[in-house]
Design a protein around this ligand. Sequence first.
Ligand code: IMP
Length: 407
Amino acid sequence: MITAIVGLGWGDEGKGKIAHIESQNNDVVVRYNGGANAGHTICLDDDIFKLHHIPAGAVASNEPDLVLTHGVVINPVSMVEEIRQLRRSNIDIADRLRISDRAHCVMPWHIAADVRKGGKIGTTKKGIGPCYADKMHRSNAIRMGDLRKKLDDERTQRFFAVDETFHGQGLWQQYKEAAEFLQPMIFDTGQLLRNAVGSGLNILFEGANGILLDVDFGTFPYCTSSGVGPAAIPQSCGLPNLHLDRIIGIIKCYATRVGEGPFPSEIITPEDEQLLSTCMSESSWFKHTNRPYPIAAKEMSHLIREKGNEYGTTTGRPRRIGWLDLGLTRESVALTGTTEIALMHADTLAGIEGIKMYDDGSLIDIPSYDLDDDIHFRTHFVGKVNAYCGPVSMYSYGPDASEVCLL
Ligand code: IMP
């Protein structure tokens, strides 16, 4: 069985939890896009793991093999820190982690460029865009397979000297140590994955970010710099004939977004809306703002943010809050080929009066629900998503990995 997990929104849908649960049934778990911009949170009993590069399968008890393909951009220093953090919780992944020799390295100058230029988009400042840009530009790019050698080049050392002037000494040494540490984990992951598919292993592809942040299909230019959906998997993994049996699309019962960019169903006041329409006037997404307002008071977004702990895993930024957008979700389902939907954070909206969904410019009232007896939730909430977007196969009602109801 080959499965993909993909976010149907702008990231932060709760993919980490579902990826963790699904990892238990898989032999190999693969990350194929993005880098340390992603933040997958997994709550297991009393432990909370926040992973950025490493697939959520890392903490699964069946210990699947973990693969980072050449579609991922890797900050070697923070990658080593993630491995060490897991070790502190007695999870050693060194023997089962495979990193593509073709994956590009995020270098200090990529982070510096992102900090300087990423403000307009509201990037995570992890150097993701500049690293992918260098990959396409080619001449200054460094891949994991070449990192050790390239670090000794005079040219690379000149680059480090400039960055060390601003960011302190010792950067080069940190990269050198990380390169040595990661060296035994570097492989031709395309070959490994073709063998795994050929042998009929169960494989899970864990998408980072969300399809609305996809560089081609997302809210460009307010998006990330990689392909996010299953369409990116064959190219990013070296699996040209890949057939996916299941594509699980993850979406919350409401919507969130961090960073700048259009957010049609955002819960905002009229003043906010005017401001937003000025930033979006050149975007094709502008049409989505043609809707009645005010949608709701700011207190509603505050309530949902606090109840759902909607603060960025990677940057700690408060997330913007909106209603579940049925029209956009339908589009996301089509763009990702989603075969089943996982609805997250059902508990966050439980007990709140005045919840809504948004579809093509109008707001739909949804009766409030209580999860002690989930009949109203199943009928009105799940029923609407089933009818408008596609089959819902599970819903999540709490942060812990055990708090999932299969439908
Ligand atoms: P970048 O990926 O750091 O270049 O950021 C580009 C945009 O994508 C910004 O608005 C980020 O906040 C957003 N973004 C990137 N990755 C994630 C994610 O995993 N979750 C939520 N937003 C993300």
